[in-house]
Design a protein around this ligand. Structure first.
Ligand code: GRG
Length: 297
């Protein structure tokens, strides 16, 4: 598969997820119109859609039906969008720019942004509980539980709690890693596993994918820290340099930029080694691993 082929695959699947998100979000005319308008503002027309793309890539590996993967991909992207809206609130990261436009609470108001996050979270589980998601209700329940665990207090929300507590403190590398495995890694892991679960995959295969996803999830965060330190607000579409301004421990503050980049490379190699047994079926996931570590925003 060439790089051109990958670029067209990314664009086609970004268009597919955009259209599915357009359809699953309530229309702005539906009551209450302000909340529904704000939900659409927070989700549509922005973002790289890394998590849906990972779900599609692992769905290709397991021979999954595209419609099923699209539902699972919507669920993870809705959870991600909710987390960004809440993360930007004044009581958390207090940011005014996201995906190149004013954050949800700036464009609307804080109460609306809070409800946007709540409602996106509920909609995510509605998508996953859809009767068309899986032919096997046991597998579907497993998928619902997986997303609940990945996004809840033992996963993303828990990671965010540790992040808030650690501002201004010095963390050791294992503590930083444990925070990011929860805050960023768990949802990335869920994206990969949910995509694969939409098709046929055995336990051994799931184990390999899990190893891949853990490494690539952490690599994603290391790259995020490097970009925050080295890139511009215009390129990122969000406020650059915020981590050091807010005195947050990051891979760059702990290791320096050069070593952080080396760490991302090691995690990338580790992720690829986890895919070794899959042969060509995992080529999209390999390309997604490149995409994650080479991204510029
Ligand atoms: C509020 C429960 C709760 C959780 C918030 C994910 C998160 C936890 C906060 C986001 C803040 C942040 C910068 C996290 C680091 C990595 C990350 C998730 C970056 C944003 O994800 P991208 O780059 O964003 O995939 P786009 O806009 O492309 O979707």
């Amino acid at each position: 598969m060439t790089n051109d082929d990958f670029q067209s695959w990314v664009q086609a699947h970004q268009a597919l997820i955009e259209s599915a998100l357009q359809d699953c979000l309530p229309q702005p005319g539906v009551a209450p119109p302000r909340l529904h308008g704000a939900m659409r503002y927070a989700v549509l027309g922005g973002g790289k859609r890394v998590r849906p793309l990972l779900a599609y890539a692992s769905g290709e590996l397991s021979g999954a039906d595209l419609g099923r993967v699209t539902r699972a991909a919507c669920a993870v992207e809705l959870i991600h969008a909710y987390s960004l809206v809440h993360d930007d609130l004044p009581c958390m990261d207090d940011d005014v720019l996201r995906r190149g436009k004013p954050t949800c609470h700036v464009e609307y108001d804080e109460a609306t942004a809070l409800l946007v996050g709540d409602s996106l979270q509920s909609l995510a589980f509605e998508m996953l509980a859809h009767p068309g998601l899986s032919g096997d209700s046991g597998v579907q329940l497993t998928m619902i539980r997986l997303l609940a665990e990945a996004s809840g207090s033992r996963g993303m929300a828990g990671g965010q709690a540790i992040d808030l507590e650690s501002t201004g403190k010095t963390l050791e590398l294992p503590e930083l890693e444990s925070m990011h495995i929860r805050k960023t890694g768990e949802l990335i892991r869920a994206s990969v596993v949910l995509g694969a679960r939409c098709g046929e995959i055995d336990e051994a295969g799931l184990g390999q994918l899990d190893r891949f996803a853990k490494s690539i999830g952490l690599a994603f965060q290391v790259v995020d820290d490097v970009l925050d330190a080295e890139s511009s607000t215009a390129t990122l579409g969000k406020t650059a340099g915020k981590d050091s301004k807010d005195n947050k421990p990051t891979y760059v503050s702990l290791l320096g930029a050069r070593q952080a980049k080396e760490m991302a490379r090691e995690l990338y190699d580790f992720a690829l080694s986890a895919l070794a047994g899959f042969g060509e079926r995992a080529d999209r996931l390999r390309q997604m691993a490149d995409f994650v570590v080479q991204r510029q925003f």
